[in-house]
Design a protein around this ligand. Structure first.
Ligand code: ADP
Ligand code: MG
Length: 216
Protein backbone atom coordinates (compact mmCIF):
# COMPACT_ATOMS: atom_id res chain seq x y z
CA UNK A 1 0.00 0.00 0.00
CA UNK A 2 1.20 3.51 -0.77
CA UNK A 3 2.60 5.46 2.10
CA UNK A 4 0.71 8.21 3.95
CA UNK A 5 2.72 11.41 3.39
CA UNK A 6 0.31 14.05 4.74
CA UNK A 7 -1.40 13.40 8.04
CA UNK A 8 -4.72 14.69 9.30
CA UNK A 9 -3.01 17.43 11.32
CA UNK A 10 -1.49 18.83 8.13
CA UNK A 11 -4.95 19.45 6.73
CA UNK A 12 -6.07 21.28 9.86
CA UNK A 13 -2.87 23.34 9.97
CA UNK A 14 -3.44 24.41 6.36
CA UNK A 15 -6.86 25.79 7.20
CA UNK A 16 -5.50 27.59 10.26
CA UNK A 17 -2.86 29.22 8.11
CA UNK A 18 -5.44 30.15 5.46
CA UNK A 19 -7.36 31.98 8.17
CA UNK A 20 -4.20 33.96 8.99
CA UNK A 21 -3.41 34.52 5.31
CA UNK A 22 -6.83 36.07 4.67
CA UNK A 23 -6.17 38.65 7.40
CA UNK A 24 -2.52 39.31 6.59
CA UNK A 25 -3.07 39.84 2.87
CA UNK A 26 -6.48 41.49 3.09
CA UNK A 27 -5.28 44.96 2.07
CA UNK A 28 -3.07 43.58 -0.69
CA UNK A 29 -5.98 41.69 -2.29
CA UNK A 30 -8.17 44.75 -1.88
CA UNK A 31 -5.58 46.89 -3.67
CA UNK A 32 -5.27 44.42 -6.55
CA UNK A 33 -9.05 44.20 -6.88
CA UNK A 34 -9.43 47.98 -6.66
CA UNK A 35 -7.23 48.34 -9.72
CA UNK A 36 -9.22 46.06 -12.02
CA UNK A 37 -12.36 44.99 -10.13
CA UNK A 38 -14.54 46.34 -7.33
CA UNK A 39 -12.05 46.21 -4.48
CA UNK A 40 -13.72 43.55 -2.36
CA UNK A 41 -11.49 40.51 -2.84
CA UNK A 42 -9.65 41.08 0.45
CA UNK A 43 -12.88 41.66 2.30
CA UNK A 44 -14.51 38.59 0.76
CA UNK A 45 -11.73 36.23 1.79
CA UNK A 46 -11.46 37.73 5.24
CA UNK A 47 -15.21 37.44 5.83
CA UNK A 48 -15.25 33.81 4.68
CA UNK A 49 -12.26 32.68 6.68
CA UNK A 50 -13.41 34.46 9.83
CA UNK A 51 -16.53 32.32 9.62
CA UNK A 52 -14.31 29.26 9.21
CA UNK A 53 -12.28 30.31 12.24
CA UNK A 54 -15.40 30.59 14.40
CA UNK A 55 -16.40 27.03 13.63
CA UNK A 56 -13.07 25.28 13.36
CA UNK A 57 -12.99 23.79 16.87
CA UNK A 58 -16.26 22.00 16.14
CA UNK A 59 -15.09 20.56 12.83
CA UNK A 60 -11.60 19.35 13.69
CA UNK A 61 -12.57 15.82 14.64
CA UNK A 62 -14.30 15.08 11.34
CA UNK A 63 -12.47 13.19 8.61
CA UNK A 64 -10.70 15.22 5.93
CA UNK A 65 -13.61 15.18 3.51
CA UNK A 66 -16.26 16.33 5.98
CA UNK A 67 -13.87 18.89 7.46
CA UNK A 68 -13.16 20.51 4.10
CA UNK A 69 -16.80 20.29 3.07
CA UNK A 70 -17.67 22.40 6.08
CA UNK A 71 -14.93 24.90 5.23
CA UNK A 72 -16.25 25.13 1.68
CA UNK A 73 -19.85 25.46 2.82
CA UNK A 74 -18.91 28.35 5.11
CA UNK A 75 -17.28 30.20 2.21
CA UNK A 76 -20.29 29.50 -0.01
CA UNK A 77 -22.71 30.70 2.66
CA UNK A 78 -20.83 33.79 3.75
CA UNK A 79 -19.10 35.20 0.72
CA UNK A 80 -20.78 36.91 -2.16
CA UNK A 81 -18.93 37.74 -5.33
CA UNK A 82 -17.14 35.27 -7.54
CA UNK A 83 -14.41 34.11 -5.23
CA UNK A 84 -16.72 32.82 -2.46
CA UNK A 85 -18.55 30.29 -4.65
CA UNK A 86 -15.34 29.38 -6.51
CA UNK A 87 -13.13 28.80 -3.47
CA UNK A 88 -16.14 27.39 -1.62
CA UNK A 89 -16.60 24.77 -4.34
CA UNK A 90 -12.87 24.01 -4.31
CA UNK A 91 -12.99 23.07 -0.63
CA UNK A 92 -16.35 21.30 -0.94
CA UNK A 93 -14.84 18.92 -3.51
CA UNK A 94 -11.25 18.77 -2.24
CA UNK A 95 -11.78 15.87 0.18
CA UNK A 96 -14.06 13.77 -2.03
CA UNK A 97 -11.32 11.44 -3.32
CA UNK A 98 -10.63 10.45 0.31
CA UNK A 99 -14.16 10.45 1.63
CA UNK A 100 -13.95 6.95 3.08
CA UNK A 101 -11.01 7.78 5.38
CA UNK A 102 -11.34 7.66 9.12
CA UNK A 103 -11.10 10.78 11.29
CA UNK A 104 -7.40 10.27 12.07
CA UNK A 105 -6.24 9.18 8.65
CA UNK A 106 -4.03 11.16 6.28
CA UNK A 107 -3.39 10.74 2.57
CA UNK A 108 -0.84 9.46 0.08
CA UNK A 109 0.87 11.67 -2.50
CA UNK A 110 -1.34 10.24 -5.24
CA UNK A 111 -4.47 10.97 -3.21
CA UNK A 112 -3.32 14.54 -2.64
CA UNK A 113 -2.93 14.99 -6.42
CA UNK A 114 -6.49 13.68 -6.89
CA UNK A 115 -7.80 16.05 -4.23
CA UNK A 116 -6.19 19.09 -5.83
CA UNK A 117 -7.49 17.98 -9.21
CA UNK A 118 -11.07 17.83 -7.93
CA UNK A 119 -10.75 21.29 -6.44
CA UNK A 120 -9.18 22.94 -9.47
CA UNK A 121 -11.55 21.19 -11.88
CA UNK A 122 -14.65 22.46 -10.10
CA UNK A 123 -13.34 26.04 -10.23
CA UNK A 124 -12.77 25.67 -13.98
CA UNK A 125 -16.23 24.18 -14.40
CA UNK A 126 -18.14 26.70 -12.32
CA UNK A 127 -16.24 29.70 -13.66
CA UNK A 128 -16.13 28.32 -17.20
CA UNK A 129 -12.60 29.69 -17.26
CA UNK A 130 -9.54 28.46 -19.09
CA UNK A 131 -5.88 29.40 -18.77
CA UNK A 132 -5.17 32.80 -20.32
CA UNK A 133 -8.38 34.54 -19.25
CA UNK A 134 -6.84 36.44 -16.32
CA UNK A 135 -8.40 34.51 -13.45
CA UNK A 136 -7.33 32.27 -10.59
CA UNK A 137 -7.30 29.40 -13.12
CA UNK A 138 -4.10 30.90 -14.57
CA UNK A 139 -2.39 30.05 -11.29
CA UNK A 140 -4.20 26.86 -10.36
CA UNK A 141 -4.30 24.82 -13.57
CA UNK A 142 -0.61 24.97 -14.48
CA UNK A 143 0.29 24.36 -10.83
CA UNK A 144 -1.96 21.31 -10.65
CA UNK A 145 -0.60 19.87 -13.90
CA UNK A 146 2.94 20.31 -12.59
CA UNK A 147 2.04 18.69 -9.27
CA UNK A 148 0.61 15.66 -11.03
CA UNK A 149 3.59 15.31 -13.34
CA UNK A 150 6.10 15.64 -10.50
CA UNK A 151 4.34 13.12 -8.24
CA UNK A 152 3.93 10.68 -11.12
CA UNK A 153 7.63 10.90 -11.83
CA UNK A 154 8.28 9.84 -8.24
CA UNK A 155 9.30 13.12 -6.60
CA UNK A 156 8.62 13.46 -2.86
CA UNK A 157 5.46 15.43 -2.13
CA UNK A 158 7.18 18.58 -0.84
CA UNK A 159 9.49 18.78 -3.81
CA UNK A 160 6.57 18.20 -6.17
CA UNK A 161 4.52 20.88 -4.44
CA UNK A 162 7.44 23.32 -4.68
CA UNK A 163 7.54 22.82 -8.44
CA UNK A 164 3.77 23.28 -8.55
CA UNK A 165 3.98 26.46 -6.49
CA UNK A 166 6.72 27.93 -8.69
CA UNK A 167 4.67 27.11 -11.78
CA UNK A 168 1.59 28.68 -10.18
CA UNK A 169 3.58 31.84 -9.45
CA UNK A 170 4.61 32.03 -13.09
CA UNK A 171 0.94 31.69 -13.96
CA UNK A 172 0.10 34.53 -11.59
CA UNK A 173 2.76 36.70 -13.19
CA UNK A 174 1.36 35.87 -16.63
CA UNK A 175 -1.95 37.52 -15.67
CA UNK A 176 -0.22 40.90 -15.56
CA UNK A 177 0.06 41.40 -19.27
CA UNK A 178 -3.22 40.03 -20.58
CA UNK A 179 -6.78 41.27 -20.85
CA UNK A 180 -9.53 39.54 -18.88
CA UNK A 181 -12.01 37.23 -20.58
CA UNK A 182 -13.85 36.39 -17.36
CA UNK A 183 -14.90 38.30 -14.26
CA UNK A 184 -15.31 42.00 -13.62
CA UNK A 185 -11.96 42.98 -15.14
CA UNK A 186 -13.38 41.99 -18.52
CA UNK A 187 -15.12 45.34 -18.77
CA UNK A 188 -11.79 47.16 -18.57
CA UNK A 189 -10.47 45.66 -21.77
CA UNK A 190 -6.92 46.84 -22.41
CA UNK A 191 -6.93 48.90 -19.23
CA UNK A 192 -6.54 45.69 -17.23
CA UNK A 193 -3.09 45.26 -18.73
CA UNK A 194 -0.29 45.92 -16.25
CA UNK A 195 -2.27 44.58 -13.28
CA UNK A 196 -2.13 41.17 -11.63
CA UNK A 197 -5.41 39.32 -11.25
CA UNK A 198 -6.46 39.37 -7.57
CA UNK A 199 -7.82 35.82 -7.56
CA UNK A 200 -4.68 34.51 -9.26
CA UNK A 201 -2.70 36.22 -6.50
CA UNK A 202 -4.74 34.72 -3.64
CA UNK A 203 -4.56 31.32 -5.32
CA UNK A 204 -0.76 31.45 -5.42
CA UNK A 205 -0.74 32.31 -1.71
CA UNK A 206 -3.14 29.45 -0.96
CA UNK A 207 -0.82 27.04 -2.79
CA UNK A 208 2.06 28.42 -0.75
CA UNK A 209 0.21 27.58 2.47
CA UNK A 210 -0.27 24.00 1.24
CA UNK A 211 3.46 23.88 0.47
CA UNK A 212 4.75 25.52 3.65
CA UNK A 213 2.91 23.09 5.88
CA UNK A 214 4.31 19.99 4.19
CA UNK A 215 6.82 18.04 6.30
CA UNK A 216 10.40 18.03 4.99
P1 ADP B 1 -15.99 39.66 -7.54
O1 ADP B 1 -15.27 39.57 -8.85
O2 ADP B 1 -17.37 39.13 -7.66
O3 ADP B 1 -15.91 41.01 -6.94
P2 ADP B 1 -13.79 38.77 -5.90
O4 ADP B 1 -13.31 40.15 -6.03
O5 ADP B 1 -13.80 38.21 -4.53
O6 ADP B 1 -15.26 38.63 -6.54
O7 ADP B 1 -12.92 37.79 -6.79
C1 ADP B 1 -12.41 38.20 -8.02
C2 ADP B 1 -11.58 37.07 -8.60
O8 ADP B 1 -12.41 35.96 -8.92
C3 ADP B 1 -10.92 37.44 -9.91
O9 ADP B 1 -9.70 38.10 -9.68
C4 ADP B 1 -10.75 36.10 -10.61
O10 ADP B 1 -9.51 35.49 -10.27
C5 ADP B 1 -11.86 35.27 -10.03
N1 ADP B 1 -12.90 35.06 -11.00
C6 ADP B 1 -13.89 35.89 -11.37
N2 ADP B 1 -14.67 35.33 -12.31
C7 ADP B 1 -14.15 34.10 -12.56
C8 ADP B 1 -14.48 33.01 -13.42
N3 ADP B 1 -15.55 33.05 -14.22
N4 ADP B 1 -13.69 31.91 -13.39
C9 ADP B 1 -12.63 31.83 -12.57
N5 ADP B 1 -12.28 32.82 -11.74
C10 ADP B 1 -13.01 33.93 -11.73
MG1 MG C 1 -14.16 41.91 -6.39
Amino acid sequence: MAEEVLNKEYFINVVNDLIDLAEEKKDYYTDLDSAIGDGDHGFNLSLGFREVERNLPEWKDENINTFYKKVGQALLDKVGGSSGPLYGSFFMKFGLPVKTKGADEGVTAEEFVDMMERGVAIIEKRGKAKVGEKTMVDTLRPAQDKLKEAVESGKPIKEAMKEALDTGKEGLESTRNIVAKKGRAMRLGERAIGHLDPGAASSADILEVFYDNMPD
